[in-house]
Design a protein around this ligand. Structure first.
Ligand code: PRP
Length: 189
């Protein structure tokens, strides 16, 4: 049956089943690497809210993984209301955990030019965690400005402006259960 899409959405690029499979793959890798350890997942708000929650629950489904998975969040912004990242990252809300000595996995919805993850790796790395890795649902490598390491990658993002599953355009479309392409006429020329 043809799916009715909201106004502004051209087509579904990655459906909910593919997203869940990508989260399960990342969870299996994280579970293997942190077996028997306590970890903190640090979700990057707002975009990574759904992937952080789903990855945490997928981790709980893997036998023999970390002994303890704690959740924290950090909020940064680089896009503002624009559709291209400015490269200037602002901290809006810090973590609540003290991460010194902890095993930390930063969870991002997308890495595009790389400024946000580069900033977070620098800032969190300065706090002397026991280890610091990054899990990223969507790697969008086409416009990378900084070569930032990604330890766990869910999917490669098509070279499109993608919304849904946490990703927004001007705060809209975040709650769509799939990743979708915006109609070009929605974006400024
Ligand atoms: C988006 C996304 C990443 C970042 C990636 O966040 O959630 O955090 O941009 O872009 P980059 O690799 O080009 O730096 P945004 O600043 O739009 O805030 P949001 O998560 O609240 O939507």
């Amino acid at each position: 049956m043809q799916q009715t899409l909201p106004p502004g959405i051209e087509r579904v690029l990655i459906d909910a089943r593919e997203i869940a499979a990508a989260n399960a793959r990342m969870a299996a890798e994280i579970a293997r690497d942190y077996a028997g350890l306590s970890i903190v997942l640090v979700g990057v708000l707002k975009g990574a809210v759904f992937v952080t929650a789903d990855l945490a629950r997928a981790l709980a489904d893997v036998p023999g993984g970390p002994t303890d998975v704690q959740l924290d969040f950090i909020a940064v912004s680089s896009y503002g209301n624009a559709h291209r990242s400015s490269g200037e990252v602002r901290l809006i809300q810090d973590t609540t955990h003290h991460i010194e000595g902890r095993h930390v996995v930063v969870v991002e919805d997308i890495v595009d030019n790389g400024h946000t993850l580069h900033y977070l790796r620098g800032m969190l790395g300065n706090r002397k965690p026991a280890s610091l890795r990054a899990a990223v649902l969507l790697d969008k490598p086409y416009h990378r400005a900084l070569d930032v390491p990604i330890d766990y990658t869910g999917l490669t993002c098509p070279d499109e402006f993608v919304v849904g599953y946490g990703l927004d355009y001007q705060e809209r479309y975040r709650t769509l259960p799939y990743l979708a392409k915006l109609r070009p006429e929605v974006l400024p020329a």
